[in-house]
Write a protein that binds this ligand. Structure first.
Ligand SMILES: [Zn+2]
Length: 711
């Protein structure tokens, strides 16, 4: 297991080896010391609190009620810049100090948020150049939040200044335990900035990456449409230009924007490590399928990942039939991806839904039991703590509809008692379980290069990486054997099977890693479009699937975007079963050393699925965009072939996960439906929370969560 410091050093070494000069903030990080270990801080079972929006005469009552509710900590101040710096260079932390004192008196620990996500009006009036420019070239107006440019030096300097003043004022303040840098980087209407400062930043970044214009021109293929650059300052950003952008430039711009945000956070991180070495430092975001940022880059040097969790929105925005298992999986994929960002290290829920939530519209009212289910689901997927959003409900501002533990009139919300009981149960579960390791037998590739490259050139107007990822995740995670969301260049050896939907971009290191994994006995299962592009977003100059042709033991006769044709899929051998349908895409496979497991029926000839024995392992190519039912059946069959099968038999609405520490194992059974569900298992289990024993069969009430250990 790497320490944070070793991890940072290794990452830095890799970057240096790749010829990328380290920015100042990364160089400055190297000699830093890790903060206090987790055992020295309270369990993080808290609430997000807004003294800045609450009359001062209620602070004492709030702190008392928060404490009586059993909550251990708050997060505060992440949107309070205008109160902390009412005019440029004039700082006022009196109110915040007073609030922290009151909270500390009631034994409530404090996570402070740096306020850079919402600069005050005096700042944007004086420095309008800090405003973001969106993908249409329009300047984004102040008045919302996150309307700023991540590259602009003035915004960076002013953000670092207020954060530094906070750090100096609160480094020694009793009760402060940690920091949240900024708030939800890039999670807003516009995920990218296209302003002139970002253009210059991109040019500098490209110069560091490519070294020479010849190299850049070659990697981007600028001979096409007369785009050969003869000066770094000619390089544009991908704003509307009466034709699609250069794919290599556009993909690099996504990477640059991710870097710009991560390095913005990095500046505050370096300062906080120096000023507050005893505090933990994190930031909050959301996980898959959202993918505006490379989260590995953002969180690399932070102490742990923080995830924001609002399952109610899944039902609000989900297309197609809203089933309990789909709603449950929409949170599960986010938790699994966020846990995987730091190699499985326990993460924190910085914002957990505590009632109906929304900005202009209310989301659904959580049913009795759902708030408990959703919070425990986070724990079941590897969270070490939960902060509920938020304590009271704002009577003003853009989030008046976002309900907290107290209603607008400060009466207790419908979920209040349920939340208190949930927090009490999490304390019974205890630190060992909350900080244990999630058990994952399988992995799913979640690769932002593939996502971004496919957004730039979808290939088929209805094809999205996000849809494919979610569909494959549902099939893989539905087996209840635990799934990490990884990059293909990570250590794969611990997984029984690795799945890669639309792995459109494949780098040489990834290909070699997959090759070694399969050679040593792993099962690699890829979807259509495998290896079509290199990391520069150029189509590979070899028969598809490019670098992985030998591993897959098959090549492509052709690839077909499907619009009006009906294309069936006939399964055979180990996959024999009911005929399936092919949706948006068909890779027509020709086996070389592989066996055919399915063929197309109708307009196209060729294999739809092949399986190749390679070394001690197997590589499966699913060339067809299979309908959900068939994909699920195929993946479940392949998982069983790979030896990954849950010991529990459960209906689709029930999710089962495991966490381990030393020789102990906790099993979480979560019923996402509003009906009772039965699960069966061989063996005897005891419920950790109510000490009931179960033999072979367990009945779960609607939305019930049971934590089990083997008797
Ligand atoms: Zn910008």
């Amino acid at each position: 297991m790497l320490t944070r410091r070793e991890f940072g050093q290794r990452g830095a070494a890799l970057l240096t080896a790749a010829g990328v000069r380290l920015p100042m903030w990364e160089r400055a990080l190297r000699p830093m010391v890790a903060p206090a270990s987790s055992t020295e801080r309270p369990l993080l079972l808290g609430v997000d609190y807004y003294p800045d929006q609450t009359p001062e005469n209620l602070w004492e009552e709030d702190a008392r009620l928060i404490s009586e509710a059993g909550l251990t900590n708050v997060r505060i101040a992440e949107f309070a810049w205008s109160l902390m710096e009412p005019s440029e260079g004039k700082f006022d932390f009196t109110w915040l100090k007073h609030s922290v004192e009151i909270l500390h008196k009631h034994n409530i620990a404090v996570i402070l948020g740096t306020p850079s996500a919402a600069p005050p009006p005096w700042l944007t009036e004086k420095y309008p150049e800090i405003l973001m420019v969106n993908s249409e070239g329009m300047t984004v107006h102040p008045g919302g939040r996150r309307f700023t440019c991540p590259t602009n030096k003035t915004y960076r300097k002013l953000s670092l200044t207020i954060a530094t003043e906070m750090a100096k004022n609160f480094a020694e303040t009793a009760g402060i335990i940690g920091w949240q840098i900024d708030n939800e980087f890039t999670l807003q209407q516009f995920g990218r900035c296209y302003c002139k400062y970002c253009r210059e930043g991109f040019q500098d970044w490209a110069k560091q990456k490519y070294g020479t214009l010849d190299s850049l021109n070659q990697k981007w293929g600028t001979a096409f449409w007369s785009q050969i650059y003869t000066d770094w300052r000619q390089i544009p950003v991908p704003l509307p230009s009466n034709g699609p952008p250069n794919p290599g430039l556009a993909l690099d711009y996504d990477r640059y924007q991710s870097y710009a945000n991560a390095s913005f956070a990095g500046e505050q991180l370096v300062m906080l490590r120096k000023e507050c070495p005893q505090h933990f430092i994190t930031t909050n975001s959301v996980g898959a399928p959202f993918d505006t940022l490379n989260l590995r880059e953002l969180f690399r040097d932070l102490d742990f990942v923080s995830n924001d969790n609002y399952p109610g929105f899944a039902a609000m925005f989900m297309e197609g039939e809203v089933t309990p298992e789909r709603v449950g999986r929409s949170s599960a994929i986010s938790h699994d991806s966020m846990r995987s960002v730091k190699g499985g290290k326990p993460f924190l829920i910085m914002e957990e839904q505590s009632g109906k939530a929304g900005q202009p519209s209310f989301g659904p009212q959580p049913h009795p039991g759902q708030l408990r289910l959703w919070a425990f689901q986070a724990i079941a997927h590897g969270a070490m703590g939960v902060n509920y959003f938020r304590w009271d409900t704002a009577r003003f501002g853009a989030e008046e509809y976002w309900h907290g533990l107290l209603n607008h009139d400060r009466s207790k919300s419908p979920g209040f008692e349920e939340i208190i009981r949930t927090v009490a149960d999490m304390k019974v579960l205890g630190r060992e379980a909350l900080e244990s390791s999630y058990v994952a037998e399988t992995a799913l590739s979640f690769d932002q290069d593939c996502d971004w490259a496919l957004q730039i050139q979808p290939g088929h107007p209805k094809l999205t990486y996000r849809d494919q990822l979610v569909e494959w995740y549902g099939a893989v995670a539905g087996a209840n054997t635990g799934t990490d969301l990884i990059h293909l260049d990570e250590d794969l050896s611990k997984y029984k099977a690795v799945f890669a939907p639309v792995q459109y971009v494949v780098g040489a290191r990834q290909a070699e890693n997959v090759r070694n994994y399969v050679r040593n006995g792993g099962m690699f299962v890829a979807g259509f479009r495998l290896g079509a592009k290199d990391e520069s977003s150029q189509i590979v100059n070899m028969p598809l699937p490019g670098l992985l042709r030998d591993v897959m033991g098959a090549t492509l006769k052709d690839y077909v975007p499907i619009y009006t044709e009906k294309v069936g899929v006939a399964f055979e051998q180990q996959l024999a079963g009911r005929e399936g349908q092919c949706g948006l895409w068909a890779d027509l496979l020709v086996p070389e050393s592989a066996t055919v497991l399915a063929k197309y029926v109708g307009a196209y000839e060729g294999a739809a699925i092949t399986m190749n024995a390679f070394g001690k392992g197997k590589a499966v190519y699913i060339g067809a965009d299979l309908d959900g039912t068939s994909l699920s059946r195929v993946i479940r069959t392949l998982l069983e072939m790979a030896g990954s099968k849950s010991e529990f038999t459960s209906p689709p609405a029930v999710e089962i996960t495991r966490r381990r520490a030393g020789g102990r194992e906790w099993v979480f059974a979560l019923n996402h439906s509003n009906e009772g569900q039965k699960i069966t298992v061989s063996g005897t289990f005891t419920s950790v929370l109510d000490k009931k024993n179960f033999d072979r069969e367990l009945e779960l009430k609607p939305y019930e969560v049971v934590v089990l250990k083997r008797s």
